[in-house]
Design a binder for this molecule. Structure first.
Ligand code: SF4
Ligand code: SF4
Length: 369
């Protein structure tokens, strides 16, 4: 009888705590909704993100397992984002003039990104969207640190997925100097951005919109675009994660991931090992896809700054010795702290990606039916 009461209490608690999340997802999805989307396809496209976000939350709340539902969410988000991006890219094909060296091109590429992301208020212009995105990213950095890379980023699920396929790592040792590559990429991005002050430089060297611009012939820019976007993403998001069993793109390429690693220091949460419970089996270090636990130096009780708080290690540790922590070491109140940490992660993910999911689903349904 006591069990029935405590189960009912837990279910009620789960529903009550989940209601604000449901309200936020519903609000984001219906804000300025296109009235022509009110038919079956529109309602279906809205229902799916609601079901996905709420299922992920309930699964984590009732089972305490984070990694699998989180990964499922980011994988769906990743597939929909990439599909939506390429559909928008193709839709814009031919929309640029061949002589577009007027600074329009960068705005154009970024606007495809934001069109796909479909954050609320999209009609207010590219600078509004850029600032809104930066505010959301900064808020996420403070609230969840590098949890951004495991719960919120629309590309993370693909990298994560391929790092899980198969058991054997084909490439085992990655030299530590490679961890500085994202800083170099950040520098190059800054230089390209600065170079865009003279648009013709950017247009000739790095314009990713050229292939969408229907410029005849394989220009240098078109070839570089195909190489960077196509082959590059294939290698970095699919092949290398599969061969190393590590999230290569997130840790060795993405400059945003590197910046969020620094945000781990600002954020009050950490992933910590309780030395009283730990059996020193090092299974967590083998499983960590983000180079955050070092097998050869297992003396620290905190995961390294590259930890994306993915939950994989804590879900698999049979001693329950590793967990989200507020006091950097103890695993006391770990279930409550887990909820405090994961809930804002799901909220931020819903704010940033639920509309994109609904819009891409609608577009895909529209293409098929
Ligand atoms: S898996 Fe758990 S018990 Fe094993 S080393 Fe990691 S924290 Fe310790
Ligand atoms: S230390 Fe654990 S939570 Fe952090 S990235 Fe590695 S597996 Fe994920």
């Amino acid at each position: 009888m006591k069990n029935v009461f405590s189960n009912t209490k837990k279910i009620l608690m789960g529903i009550i705590i989940g209601l604000p999340l449901l309200a936020v997802v519903f609000f984001i999805l219906t804000l300025n909704m296109n009235p022509s989307h009110l038919g079956f396809k529109g309602l279906f496209s809205i229902a799916i993100p609601i079901i996905i976000f709420m299922s992920v939350y309930f699964f984590i709340f009732f089972t305490g397992k984070v990694d699998k539902p989180r990964w499922f969410l980011t994988f769906i988000v990743g597939i929909l984002f990439i599909s939506g991006f390429f559909i928008n890219f193709l839709k814009n094909s031919g929309s640029l003039d061949a002589d577009c060296a007027e600074g329009r091109n960068v705005t154009h590429f970024i606007s495809i990104f934001f069109d796909t992301l479909s954050v609320p208020g999209g009609g207010n212009g590219i600078y509004y969207l850029l600032i809104l995105f930066l505010i959301i990213a900064f808020g996420a950095a403070l609230a969840v640190g590098r949890g951004w890379c495991s719960f919120i980023c629309p590309l993370a699920g693909i990298d994560d997925c391929f790092s899980r396929l198969g058991k054997k790592a084909w490439i085992k040792n990655i030299p530590t100097k490679w961890f500085n590559v994202p800083y170099a990429i950040l520098l190059v991005c800054a230089l390209i951005f600065a170079g865009n002050i003279t648009p013709s430089t950017q247009c000739t060297l790095s314009c990713p919109s050229k292939t969408a611009a229907s410029i005849t012939g394989l220009t240098y820019a078109a070839i570089s675009t195909i190489l960077i976007l196509g082959v590059g993403l294939l290698i970095l998001l699919l092949i290398l994660p599969f061969m190393t069993k590590k999230r290569v793109f997130c840790n060795l390429v993405c400059p945003i991931g590197k910046l969020f690693s620094l945000a781990n220091k600002l954020n009050v949460f950490s992933v910590a090992i309780d030395p009283e419970k730990c059996k020193n089996c090092k299974k967590c270090a083998s499983l960590c896809p983000n180079f955050a636990l070092d097998k050869s130096d297992f003396t620290k009780s905190l995961a390294g700054y590259s930890c994306t708080r993915c939950g994989r290690c804590m879900d698999r540790c049979t001693s329950k010795a590793i967990s989200y922590s507020l006091d950097k070491g103890s695993s006391k109140n770990s279930n409550l702290i887990k909820l405090f940490y994961v809930y804002p992660c799901i909220l931020f993910a819903a704010v940033l990606t639920s509309r994109m999911m609904a819009n891409t689903l609608y577009t895909l349904l529209d293409l098929v039916f």
